[in-house]
Design a protein around this ligand. Structure first.
Ligand code: C2O
Ligand code: CU
Length: 486
């Protein structure tokens, strides 16, 4: 039943050959995990911009980074902690029963070095997901793809390519966090971006889709990273995927960055967004798609019927830095791409979100409960809140089993936030009060001064994290829980 296609073999050969080195890791393609898999949280060394970098990884015994499995399988995974520090891995996008979600102390304790834990629950729904430490270790690449394939699509003549994006610093996450929260001025922090250092800080809100029409300063990108990665590689040495002329490709893209949102740019090939956060949407055509921290995006595209090489780029929001990978046919000439472009990209808005329509919406129902959540905070003092509170004094969002809940998320801060709910997927049902049958997701972007309403069914009792997927916003307390009993 397990077979590796010619394409996949070709892809690994070309990628390794082009780089002139043997790839240290195999990224998951279409090999299915039949039953129990072992995933080891371990250390590894990658090369970033010519320098060796000690990072973490989530590796199977055969070297595969992350996991590809089928929705027909149960999630049977032994997680081993081979690190010198305690850790725990969250399965972002899966909806496990309480106890197997992998958020420290919600309720599972951290795994100590040398310990392992066996996860076992039904997966049921396919989708592009990922796994990551729910701690500052996420910054050090303790994150990997978790792709659930659809048995109904097993025969689709489509080449799946899985890419996880990340932001990378040679500093430790503790140093990065101290730089954000410390009292030292941004300019003294060597690489930390405060108000004055970020390219887009203080940008004018006019001309953005807010409709506010007034000039207000807005913050984009509070950390300056040393590099931006696509499957651990920079544009100095990008991954080359071997594709076929006129072949159909399905990109499964994951933004695993901790504090960086990316515009996905498909260049001269028009793409079709077919799923967000693993959930199918009515296809939306385009060449540029927003992908916030924590989110996933599946794009279908067709390679032109000619020899060539087509870069797919991830452009840092509100900035010029970029990363990416290359789709190349046999004989396609690959050109060098600089790791910075010459145009500052726009800040994220809700244009793409507004265009999305769920292919599998929630059942029509009116809300049994509305909960307003005001997203607040500023770069000053680096304090970020939900309804005025941080994790230290959070008030659980109390719901009852069986209810349809609507969370009215209003961003009263001047920075965008990707808001993520565990244990459920929600549907975007309104933007700024305008109702529509938007995408089903687990992470939604809130631009400054905008309002997004999401609906979900309370069908998975437990205590589930609800937080901003900007790692340093979460680490400074931008988190609460949705809480209900069976
Ligand atoms: Cu991707 Cu609370 O996590
Ligand atoms: Cu945030």
């Amino acid at each position: 039943m397990q077979s590796i296609s010619r394409r996949q073999v070709l892809a690994s050969t070309v990628a390794a050959g082009a780089a002139g080195v043997v790839l240290p890791l195999i990224y998951p393609r279409a090999v299915q995990a039949a039953s129990a898999s072992v995933i080891r949280a371990d250390t590894r060394v990658i090369e970033v911009a010519g320098r060796a970098a000690n990072v973490f990884g989530l590796v199977q015994p055969d070297g595969t980074h992350g996991l590809v499995t089928s929705a027909a399988n149960d999630f049977q995974v032994r997680l081993e902690n081979a690190l010198k520090a305690p850790t725990l891995i969250h399965w972002h996008g899966l909806t496990p029963p309480l106890g197997q979600d992998g958020v420290p102390d919600l309720p599972q304790p951290l795994l100590q070095p040398g310990q392992s834990y066996d996860y076992n629950f039904p997966i049921a729904t396919p989708g592009t997901h990922w796994m990551h430490a729910h701690t500052l270790q996420e910054q050090q690449l303790l994150a990997a793809p978790l792709v659930v394939t659809d048995p109904a699509e097993a025969s689709a003549d489509e080449q799946p390519l899985v890419v996880l994006f990340h932001d990378f610093s040679f500093k430790t996450p503790e140093e990065l966090l101290a730089g954000l929260t410390g009292s030292a001025p941004a300019s003294a922090n060597g690489g930390m971006a405060g108000h004055s250092m970020s390219g887009m800080s203080g940008m004018d809100m006019q001309g953005m889709s807010s409709g506010q029409g007034m000039a207000m300063p807005m913050d984009v990108n509070d950390i300056q990273y040393d590099a931006y990665l696509a499957n651990d590689r920079t544009l100095d040495d990008p991954q080359l995927f071997a594709v076929e002329r006129n072949g159909a490709v399905r990109l499964r893209l994951i933004n695993g960055a901790t504090a960086t949102a990316f515009w996905i740019d498909t260049g001269s090939i028009e793409g079709e967004a077919i799923a967000v956060d693993g959930n199918p949407v009515t296809p939306v055509r385009g060449r540029r798609f927003p992908l916030a921290m924590g989110q996933r995006l599946d794009i279908r595209l067709r390679i032109p019927d000619e020899a060539g090489a087509w870069p797919i780029l991830a452009l840092r929001e509100g900035s010029v830095e970029r990363t990416g990978f290359v789709l190349a046919t046999r004989g396609g000439a690959v050109k060098r791409i600089a790791p910075a472009g010459d145009q500052v990209t726009a800040a994220f808005d809700l244009a793409f979100e507004s265009s999305l329509v769920a292919a599998k919406p929630l059942a029509l129902a009116s809300a049994d409960r509305n909960q307003a959540i005001e997203i607040g905070g500023t770069m000053q003092g680096y304090s970020w809140t939900l309804n005025g509170r941080t994790w230290g004094d959070h008030k659980p969002i109390a719901v009852r089993k069986g209810e349809r809940i609507e969370l009215v998320l209003r961003n009263a801060s001047m920075m965008g936030h990707p808001m993520h709910l565990h244990g459920h997927h929600f549907q975007v049902v309104a933007i700024d009060g305008r109702r529509f049958a938007g995408a089903v997701r687990d992470t939604v972007w809130l631009p400054p001064m905008r309002e997004v309403t999401v609906a979900f069914d309370a069908a998975n009792p437990g205590t589930w994290a609800f937080h901003c997927h900007h790692l340093y916003h979460m680490a400074t307390g931008m988190m609460t829980v949705v809480d209900y009993a069976a």
